[in-house]
Ligand binder design. Structure first.
Ligand code: NAG
Ligand code: NAG
Length: 315
């Protein structure tokens, strides 16, 4: 009987550890299992073929892994939006722009060259954002260029008063440290426009030095504000400004790389290119017309000069 009670207790204890291993703070789609080697391992499925990627739930998951997982889930009609259906707020929308199926290094960094499993390739920065024109599969991307500066263009909802840049900077620092696990000294500058309710925050790390990946943080923040949190806890993100909690209704992220991107005309839209072509053609045709008209006029002029002279000579 005693043995049986001990056994039951042991089973409960085991169930207890399984439960405490049940979720991954920084990734709601991760599956965590007890394993004999390291106690508890959380893994994220990135594609149909490879084995699931073990991830560190104390840190943000690299954006390259996240994008792979999202593409996998979209292909397999798994929810990409999390467990709660519908918009979190009326202004929320889904941003699928720019998502592709990326190639990742073993540590989760982006490979410099990305092809989205097609013949068309381009080079990306450390945030996985395209920084060259698209080319064929022979395009050369010599190195992964680091994004050392991101600018967050935020807009908060209308119900706050007396917000100022200093308290915003403090609040953003807390958010970075608590929610994303990033150092608040990354915040370079915070500007505030009370009329437009715009918050502009610049996050910078030293050029050429190793440091946290700013793209990972921006990606988590974009998901937090535009779709639903990637965190297991679906608690809404809010930014402390003094005693108020601000909610954001817009986010736009600008990326600044250590080397300037090399886009050319190709990033102009087809429409603009068509207009440019038409204008250039019109100018060329105009110049040609002018040229030929002038020539004809000159020829006629010289003819009229000669014609009256000839009869006078013959007489
Ligand atoms: C990558 O390919 C998928 C379909 O395979 C497509 O939906 C997506 O728009 C592509 N992304 C880019 C950036 O080309
Ligand atoms: C503004 O409204 C949101 C809900 O819409 C609320 O969570 C937030 O605390 C409000 N902020 C202020 C400063 O009243």
């Amino acid at each position: 009987m005693k043995g049986f009670i001990l056994l039951v207790l042991a089973v409960f204890a085991a169930v207890g550890t399984v439960e405490s291993c049940g979720s991954c703070r920084t990734m709601k789609w991760a599956i965590c299992d007890v394993d004999s080697a390291s106690g508890c391992t959380c893994k994220l499925t990135l594609d149909e073929t490879g084995s699931p990627q073990p991830i560190d739930c104390e840190k943000l998951v690299p954006k390259c892994f996240l994008m792979k997982a999202e593409m996998y889930r979209a292909r397999n009609k798994l929810s990409v939006r999390g467990s709660i259906a519908g918009k979190p707020v009326e202004t929320a929308f889904v941003d699928n722009d720019g998502i592709y199926d990326p190639d990742c290094e073993a540590d989760g960094r982006f490979k410099a060259k990305q092809c989205n499993k097609t013949e068309e390739c381009w080079c990306v920065n450390s945030a996985g954002v395209r920084r060259t024109d698209k080319g064929d599969k022979n395009i050369k991307c010599e190195e992964l260029v680091e994004t050392y500066w991101i600018r967050l263009d935020l807009k908060h909802t209308a119900n706050a008063t007396n917000v100022d840049a200093t308290s915003l900077k403090e609040g953003l620092g807390k958010l970075l440290e608590k929610r994303y696990g990033y150092d608040k000294t990354l915040i370079d500058k915070v500007q505030y426009d009370p009329d437009g309710r715009f918050i502009v925050a610049d996050l910078k790390k030293e050029m050429g030095k190793p440091g946290p990946n700013l793209g990972n943080m921006a990606y988590y923040m974009e998901k937090d504000l535009k779709v639903l949190p990637l965190f297991t806890s679906q608690e809404k993100v809010s930014l402390e400004a003094g005693t108020q909690n601000l909610e954001m209704e817009k986010i736009l992220v600008y990326y600044v790389d250590e080397k300037a991107p090399t886009f050319t005309m190709q990033h102009l839209s087809g429409g603009i290119i068509a207009v440019i072509v038409v204008v250039v053609l019109a100018v060329v045709i105009g110049i040609l017309l002018l040229f030929f008209c002038n020539r004809r006029r000159k020829q006629q002029y010289s003819k009229t000069q000669i014609t009256p002279a000839s009869p006078s000579l013959s007489t």
